[in-house]
Ligand binder design. Structure first.
Ligand code: ZN
Length: 499
């Protein structure tokens, strides 16, 4: 059995349509569509890359955001050299074992070809390129591989346009390199092809713009080349074809600068923990705050300044020494599988716009960053951002639709177990038994509501979760403002945590 995984960055499953994505529609008729498939949290590409590689959430792999602070310095996860300041190519960057490492340790190969950022590519194929497996990062195939086949094949192709947006030629190259590889070498046990669209175009135009629809059609056409090969040859040779996305997309409805808000409120805040500031933040859809020396009083002051804002969504904090969240009225980071030694002291998602404006479109969200209003964005806990595509096809999988909760972290254990390889102890996902041809499934899913809330006198914050197969699956988040007595602005009432 062999696996070819095609990741379509940012593709929200409700964008599939017979006219725009005929090949993906065809695959979902042939294979098994996972109807409740979600990303990990935060729903950002580098976090997802690590989740896909390790079968774990950020609490296991340690890539807690696209960008985060380590030793007070900002780490931009799109850069391999920045990631390598956390450790080395041999260890310390990821704190969980990857599928690439398992395959290499058992003398199996993994082929990776991708057009995403250098950091995301390195994370998704971690342990594989270090072991000399073929790894083509299309923007510079020499960057990750000393593999002879890669060197020979890559030299036959012209250099791609730099930073192509939309990335039409770039994603075509991923598929070209795959077929070129197949003419020279045998298909390894696992191949991971990562197409950086439609994500780039969604960030430029939103999801409904004609160019976004055109690019999605182009993504589908490139996927169709792989589907045609699989239908003619791959399927007969026992190849399991998986089409998936790493997260969905919401739409930027309103913009906010959390740094400006904190500075206006009198806090000394910057993007790194330099001597002139007391706290550093990273912000996109999730805002992370690291306070010098984890000063609890300052964190509480910041929480109160932030929590009165309409854009303040569900908040989390790391565990204090007594095991409770460091900041009162916040949920523990472990509620979203994001507690790690690299975690921020206080993290919060920016709210849905509908929290403050009933007329806002359902997928409109607040955002802090450079993209304009109206375009696609992800990273938070809204169902639109979490919702991800996953279609499994081949003689190892059933066909139809599976309604059991699944997530990106379930792919590694499912693939490794199908290959009869051991699961690393750091895997947090589960084997998707409902999808496997040789397992019984009555179609009954014993899914429990495991939503978790925290309420103060002013607000109730909820993370919607499901418990299934001894795992938690994230479904969304919401904040409700409660009637607030004028003389009780500082949450004097005891905090309630309910599950
Ligand atoms: Zn992505």
């Amino acid at each position: 059995m062999k696996f070819v995984i095609v990741m379509l960055d940012g593709l929200r499953p409700d964008q599939l349509d017979d006219a725009v994505t005929p090949n993906l529609a065809e695959l979902s008729k042939i294979g098994l569509r996972l109807d409740r498939h979600t990303s990990s949290f935060p729903s950002e590409t580098r976090v997802s890359s690590a989740a896909l590689a390790t079968g774990g959430h950020s609490s296991a792999h340690g890539i807690i955001g696209n960008r985060f602070l380590a030793s007070g310095r900002s780490i931009d996860g799109s850069s391999l050299s920045a990631l390598l300041t956390l450790g080395s190519e041999r260890g310390g960057v990821l704190t969980a074992t990857t599928i690439g490492e398992v395959l290499a340790a058992h003398g199996r190969a993994m082929l990776t070809i991708g057009s995403q950022s250098q950091g995301s590519f390195g994370l998704s194929s971690w342990g594989s390129w270090q072991a000399g497996a073929p790894a083509f990062w299309v923007h510079d195939p020499s960057k990750f591989s000393n593999n002879a086949a890669v060197r020979r094949i890559a030299s036959c192709f012209p250099v791609l346009p730099a930073d192509e947006r939309p990335a039409r030629a770039t994603i075509e190259r991923v598929v070209d390199l795959f077929f070129s590889f197949l003419t020279k070498a045998a298909l390894p046990e696992v191949s991971l092809l990562w197409l950086s669209e439609p994500d780039i175009t969604y960030h430029m135009f939103g999801l409904q713009h004609p160019t976004a629809r055109e690019v999605l059609h182009e993504v589908d056409r490139q996927f169709g080349r792989i589907l045609a090969w699989w239908s003619e040859k791959g399927e007969r040779e026992g190849v399991q074809l998986i089409a998936a996305s790493d997260h969905g997309h919401a739409i930027i409805g309103e913009k906010v600068s959390v740094l400006n808000h904190l500075q206006r409120s009198g806090f000394k805040v910057g993007y790194e923990l330099t001597p002139d500031v007391d706290a550093a933040i990273t912000a996109q859809r999730v805002v992370n705050i690291w306070v010098r020396d984890r000063e609890g009083h300052l964190l509480t002051e910041m929480y109160h300044s932030l929590s009165e804002q309409p854009w303040f969504g569900v908040a989390f904090s790391r565990k204090a020494a007594d095991g409770s969240p460091l900041v009162a009225n916040t949920l523990p980071l472990s509620a979203v599988m994001a507690e790690h030694q690299r975690s921020a002291d206080l993290s919060f998602v920016l709210a849905d716009c509908s929290a403050a404006n009933w007329n806002a479109p359902p997928d409109a969200v607040y955002y802090d960053g450079a993209y304009p209003i109206g375009v696609g964005m992800h990273g938070g806990l809204s169902p639109h951002e979490l919702s991800s595509l996953c279609i499994l096809a081949g003689n190892g999988f059933k066909s139809g639709v599976a309604a059991a909760p699944t997530s990106i972290v379930d792919l590694v254990p499912t693939i490794l177990s199908s290959l009869r390889l051991p699961l690393p102890s750091t895997v947090q996902g589960r084997i998707i038994h409902e999808a496997l041809q040789d397992r019984g499934d009555g179609g009954q899913y014993d899914v429990e509501d495991a939503s978790v809330s925290i309420a103060s006198s002013a607000r109730r914050a909820t993370v919607f979760r499901e418990h299934y197969g001894r795992r938690f699956y994230l479904r969304g988040a919401a904040v409700t403002r409660l009637a607030q007595p004028k003389n009780d602005r500082r949450d004097a009432n005891p905090t309630q945590l309910s599950t």
